[in-house]
Design a protein around this ligand. Structure first.
Ligand code: FMN
Length: 731
């Protein structure tokens, strides 16, 4: 619930101010170029020269010096009366007093952008709007930080791995994490400068005391010998005004970064020294931080801040539109009271709806009467035989926004008959409370006498379509209803589509599994763990196979499915046949070069990428393989590669569990439990665990790992997930 309040505020603020933020960002980007282009001019002589030296050289060349200043670009500017009696102002070399060039005139584009940025050409009204929008930006930055902390599962995990739900969401969070601090600085300084313009800050004027001094009491010293001018470096001086006349009561007036001085023009004595109040120092800092004047690096940061603000506006609205589109439930063709299957959806940001809609369409295609609605719209369902609850988990194991009333609704409305139910949980292993709300719902319905569980709770990590398909298959079998779930057609990257020549294909083994070795006919970059996507024609969804890289070849382990068009076709290929397929990079499942020790867990054909990674382990890192197969005969397909890597010390040990060999079924999660101490130590020592194979195996292994870390290390598995120590690629 709370996350929605923050998200709502964040969105409303963005909605109110987006036009002005776009304007301020575009003009801000232009203005950030001004200090950069100025800094590239040849007038910046970073000077530690004493002021006395500059004065001496200028006095030698000119009739009179009026002022010496260090401008916002840190260039030294002198204003003088020349020997010809003319007034001139120019950049100088403070070491020699030599003129370097005339003052840079502000380019019209910068003047235009400045006006638009500061006041929208609307004078005070414009300045007020700009100040207000800066204030909104502060609120947006703060609400953004809170949203990120909440989404990451707490402030401690602020910088842990971000779930990549889609491009806009991922970069909104990733960029937000790093750039919210500079954005906050820009917004705060913007507000400060606006308050200053409207004189809303405390008075900052300094008043000097002018002591009465008689000329006769004074020893006259040459100006360049003044101690104060010898001690001061030119870089410390913002401006130095020379006395207007020879009157003893006219002084040198010096503005430094933190104070002002009055210096007697005859003796060089400091007659008054006044430090700037805090408001004025803050004002100087605000100006510097808001404009980047004088530094290329900060100007570049400001430029990036403006660019990122534009991206935030785009990605924020794109996310909102996507969420709204997802939430658009399939139009119900039947009423709640005439439907035999009810689908209830709990979703915060809309992703679960897309899965529920796919399931709805598949049921309708089978001629079922189905009604789909949000969990908060739970009521009585007169004809319902089945109730399917698809729900995500939010906050810290809480209900998503449209399911927060579900529990009380279930308790307060009674169905007139018992209904079978199944719960499908959507969540992420990055959170300590993985699919917690789905567990709560399952528990609630299990203990309710009006419902009967027809299928165990099934959890889906990171919206895995393959996991969803697995659950749908289970549901189909239990209900004797073959469902065709439409897999969203993924566009394959044609840049990585190549022709591959078959180098070797083994016969089918006892598990209907075979190995296929392919050689790309043209160079293509890939690594073990990447995917090879293959389809028989463009209108079909592609099948993906996890790749082992052996030399320059691709090695695949494929199980032939009875009705699988792709696997059946591939199982008939002969040596030298050519197929066309696409390499898809799967960065998330590459062998982490930084890991010293890796535990690889696979079942069935999931071993393929590991064969390549182990074969490529030239550095002889510590690799432990845990493998789940049906029988000893299943192992024969891989034993030659495994034996060879053993002999070359590329594999430390290999544990195999056979599920069909003896009367007692042993699965890979069982042999992991036998090695619980080793696994706990491995994780504690920053070791990596990689899992590849079936979703069902993945879920069971993860549960086992969760128990191990809880028991042996008193930490949730999600801590290691967030630390990127667990990598999975299951189907
Ligand atoms: C702020 C935030 C908090 C989350 N908290 C949890 C959590 O506690 N447990 C969990 O398993 N998943 C959690 N998730 C992951 C979501 O449940 C998951 O991404 C889900 O697929 C989102 O589905 P939806 O868009 O339909 O809400 C969280 C995600 C976010 C952004």
């Amino acid at each position: 619930m709370t996350i929605s309040i923050w998200r709502f505020s964040h969105f409303i603020l963005a909605l109110i101010s987006f036009f002005f933020i776009v304007l301020a960002s575009v003009t801000g980007m232009i203005l950030a170029l001004e200090p950069i282009s100025n800094q590239l001019q040849p007038y910046g002589i970073n000077s530690k020269t004493p002021v006395a030296t500059t004065i001496k050289h200028l006095a030698d060349c000119y009739d009179e010096i009026l002022t010496i200043e260090t401008d916002e670009n840190d260039f030294v500017v002198a204003s003088v009366i020349t020997n010809e009696g003319e007034n001139d102002t120019f950049y100088i070399n403070p070491k020699t007093g030599e003129k370097l060039g005339d003052l840079i005139e502000k380019a019209p584009v910068f003047s235009f952008a400045t006006n638009l940025h500061r006041s929208l050409f609307l004078k005070s009204t414009g300045r007020f709007i700009v100040g207000l929008v800066s204030f909104f930006l502060i609120l947006m930055a703060i609400s953004g930080m809170i949203l990120i902390a909440k989404r990451q599962g707490g402030i401690r995990r602020y910088f842990s791995k971000v779930i990549n739900e889609n491009f806009e969401q991922y970069y909104h969070v990733v960029l937000g994490r790093w750039l919210l601090i500079p954005i906050l600085i820009v917004a705060l300084t913007g507000v400060y400068l606006s308050l200053e313009k409207f004189s809303l800050l405390p008075e900052t004027n300094i008043s000097h005391e002018y002591p009465e001094v008689l000329t006769s009491e004074i020893d006259k010293i040459p100006t360049s010998d003044f101690q104060v001018f010898q001690a001061l470096k030119i870089a410390d001086v913002k401006s130095l005004e020379f006395p207007f006349s020879e009157d003893i009561e006219d002084y040198f007036f010096i503005k430094l970064k933190d104070k002002e001085l009055l210096v007697n023009q005859y003796s060089g004595a400091i007659v008054s020294e006044q430090e700037y109040p805090l408001t004025q120092l803050l004002s100087q800092w605000s100006l510097f931080l808001h404009t980047g004047q004088g530094t290329i690096v900060w100007s570049i940061v400001l430029f990036l801040v403006c660019l990122v603000l534009l991206f935030f506006i785009y990605s924020g609205f794109a996310m909102t539109l996507k969420r709204r589109k997802n939430i658009d439930i399939s139009k119900n063709r039947f009423t709640k009271d005439s439907s035999e299957i009810i689908i209830l959806v709990g979703s915060e940001s809309g992703n679960t709806f897309s899965f529920a809609n796919l399931f709805y369409e598949a049921l309708i295609a089978q001629g079922k009467t189905v009604f789909i609605t949000e969990m908060n719209k739970y009521s009585t369902f007169k004809q319902a035989k089945q109730m399917l609850v698809f729900t995500s988990t939010y906050g810290e194991g809480d209900a998503p926004i449209n399911a927060n009333k579900f529990e009380s609704l279930v308790e307060h409305s009674t169905q007139n008959h018992t209904i079978d139910y199944a719960v499908l949980g959507f969540g992420s292993l990055l959170y300590p409370e993985y699919c917690k709300y789905a567990e709560d719902v399952d528990h609630l319905l299990k203990s309710h006498q009006g419902f009967k569980q027809s299928l165990e709770l099934f959890k889906i990590n990171n919206q895995s379509f393959e996991a969803f398909q697995t659950w749908a298959n289970q549901w189909s079998i239990v209900n004797g209803l073959p469902l065709q779930i439409k897999q969203p057609v993924v566009n394959l990257n044609s840049k990585n589509t190549r022709q591959f020549k078959v180098v070797n294909r083994t016969d089918l083994n006892v598990d209907q599994t075979f190995m296929l070795q392919l050689k790309p006919t043209k160079k293509v970059k890939f690594e073990s763990g990447d995917l090879l996507a293959f389809r028989l024609n463009v209108n079909e969804a592609a099948r993906q196979y996890s790749v082992a890289k052996i030399g320059d070849d691709i090695l695949l382990s494929i199980k032939k499915h009875e009705k699988g068009l792709c696997s059946s076709y591939l199982s008939t290929l002969n040596v030298n046949d050519i197929i066309s397929a696409t390499v898809e990079y799967n960065q998330e499942f590459h062998f982490a070069k930084s890991s010293k020790a890796v535990v690889m867990i696979a079942n069935g054909t999931g071993i393929a990428p590991f064969l390549g990674m182990i074969d490529n382990n030239l550095a002889q890192k510590e690799i432990h393989l845990f493998l789940g197969l049906r029988t000893k005969a299943s192992l024969e397909l891989y034993s030659s590669v495994i034996d060879e890597t053993f002999n070359k010390n590329k594999l430390k040990d290999c544990h195999v569990a056979f599920s069909q060999e003896n009367t007692e079924k042993v699965y890979v999660q069982d042999i992991i439990l036998q090695q619980a101490d080793f696994i706990a130590n491995h994780l504690k020592n920053k070791g990596l665990i990689m899992i590849c194979g079936s979703i069902v195996m993945q879920n069971q292994v993860l549960e086992q790992l969760h128990d191990i870390t809880n028991m042996k290390l008193q930490l949730p598995l999600s801590d290691f997930e967030a630390n990127q120590q667990i990598k999975t690629d299951c189907y």
